[in-house]
Design a protein around this ligand. Structure first.
Ligand code: ZN
Ligand code: ZN
Length: 353
C-alpha cells in the first residue's frame, strides 16, 4: 500500500480527498453560506409562519419567530464540496428589535460523517411581524391608520384620479407587508384610506406632500390594548393639498406668478413681470386666485429677437405677437405662454433661473 501525503500540510492519511487530508479539505474547500437576504415572517395575530405560503403554528410568538427563522434559513443554506451534508440548526439567541421585528441568531452545523468533516456558521435572521390574509379578513376592517386626503374638490377628474392613484401606490409600495388598504372611502373633496400599517401611511403621506405640497395634521386615538397590555393607537393623517398645483399661474395684488416648485409648506413663485423667483409659504398664498393651469399653456416659437423686444409665433392660432422683454432667447426657441384678456405672458423659460 502506498502512503498518501496531504499536498497542503504533508500529513499522511489513509484516504485523501482531492489530495488533501480531511482537516485541510475541511478548511480549504468546504464552504457554507446562507443567503444574505434570508428573513422570516410571522403573523402577529395568529402566529402562523410564512414560507412560500402561510402555515399555522402552535406556540408562543417568540417560538414562532424562531421557527420562522429556522424555516427561512434551512431553505437557503449553500454548502460547497460536501455532497450530502447533514445539517443541524440551533437557535442561539432571540431578540425583539422593535415591536415589529425579531432577530434570531442561528448556529448552522454541516457534517459529513464519513469523511469526518464538520463546519459551522452563525447567522442572524430578521423576522418580521405581519398580518396573514386570514387574519386580515377575520379581523374585520383591520387598520392602524387613516389617511385623509383632502383638497381635491377643485381639481379636474383626471387630476383627482391621478392623485388618488399616487397615494394608493405610495401606501402599497412601502416595504412592509402590512401596507394593505382595508377600505377606501370616497368623500366630498377627497378620500379616506384605511391602512394596515401606520408606518406605511406616514411614509406615503410624506411622499405625496413632497410632490404636491399641502398641510399635514396628525392625531391619534386609543382603540384598545395589545396582547402585552400595551395601549394601541390608531393614527389619522390629514393631508390637505393646496388648491393649486405646480405650473399654475396665480394672481396676487395685480401681479402674476407661476408656481415653479412646491414641497410641504414651501412654494417657489416666479414673477412673470419682474422675471425672478422668490420663496414663500403655502399658507400665505393659499387663498389667491388661480388664473391659469398647465392646460391653458400656449406653445410659442421665437421668430425674432431685438434688443428688448421678442417676436413670437402662437402655435395654436399661428399668429405673431411681440413681448417687451430682455431675455437671452434665440430664434427657434420654443417657450410656453398664457393669454389673459388678450394679453400674452411669457412663462419661465429654461434660460432663466
Ligand atoms: Zn492536510
Ligand atoms: Zn394570522
Amino acid at each position: 500500500m502506498t502512503r498518501k501525503f496531504c499536498v497542503s500540510c504533508g500529513k499522511t492519511e489513509k484516504e485523501l480527498i482531492s489530495g488533501l487530508c480531511s482537516e485541510c479539505f475541511n478548511r480549504e474547500k468546504v464552504k457554507i453560506s446562507v443567503d444574505r437576504k434570508v428573513k422570516g415572517m410571522v403573523c402577529r395575530n395568529c402566529f402562523s409562519i410564512y414560507y412560500k405560503r402561510w402555515n399555522s403554528f402552535s406556540g408562543s410568538l417568540e417560538e414562532a419567530a424562531v421557527e420562522a427563522a429556522f424555516v427561512a434559513a434551512e431553505n437557503n443554506i449553500y454548502v460547497e464540496n460536501i455532497e450530502e451534508p447533514a445539517v443541524g440548526i440551533e437557535a442561539l439567541e432571540v431578540i425583539s428589535t422593535s415591536p415589529r421585528d425579531y432577530l434570531v441568531t442561528l448556529k448552522i452545523r454541516v457534517k459529513d460523517e464519513k469523511r469526518n468533516i464538520e463546519r459551522s456558521l452563525d447567522v442572524k435572521v430578521p423576522v418580521k411581524l405581519s398580518i396573514c390574509p386570514t387574519c386580515q379578513r377575520s379581523v374585520s376592517r383591520y387598520y392602524e391608520a387613516i389617511v385623509q386626503l383632502r383638497g381635491l374638490e377643485k381639481k379636474s377628474p383626471d387630476e383627482r384620479e391621478k392623485i388618488r392613484a399616487a397615494m394608493e401606490k405610495a401606501i402599497l409600495s412601502q416595504n412592509d407587508l402590512n401596507t394593505f388598504i382595508s377600505e377606501l372611502k370616497k368623500i366630498r373633496g377627497g378620500y379616506d384610506f384605511y391602512v394596515g400599517s401606520a408606518k406605511a401611511a406616514r411614509k406615503a403621506v410624506n411622499i405625496l406632500r413632497g410632490k404636491y405640497g399641502g398641510f399635514l395634521k396628525e392625531s391619534s386615538k386609543l382603540f384598545g390594548m395589545g396582547r402585552n397590555g400595551k395601549e394601541l393607537y390608531r393614527i389619522t393623517y390629514l393631508l390637505k393639498l393646496p388648491e393649486f398645483s405646480l405650473g399654475n399661474i396665480i394672481e396676487d395684488m395685480g401681479k402674476l406668478y407661476q408656481i415653479i416648485w412646491l414641497k410641504g409648506n414651501l412654494v417657489s413663485l416666479f414673477d412673470l413681470k419682474e422675471r425672478r423667483s422668490s420663496g414663500t409659504s403655502l399658507s400665505k398664498i393659499e387663498k389667491n386666485k388661480i388664473v391659469a393651469e398647465k392646460r391653458d399653456y400656449i406653445k410659442a416659437i421665437v421668430t425674432e429677437v431685438r434688443n428688448d423686444e421678442i417676436q413670437l409665433l402662437d402655435m395654436q392660432e399661428y399668429k405673431t405677437f411681440y413681448l417687451h422683454l430682455n431675455i437671452a432667447l434665440k430664434v427657434g426657441n420654443e417657450v410656453n405662454t398664457i393669454k389673459l384678456n388678450d394679453t400674452y405672458y411669457l412663462l419661465k423659460t429654461e434660460e432663466e433661473d
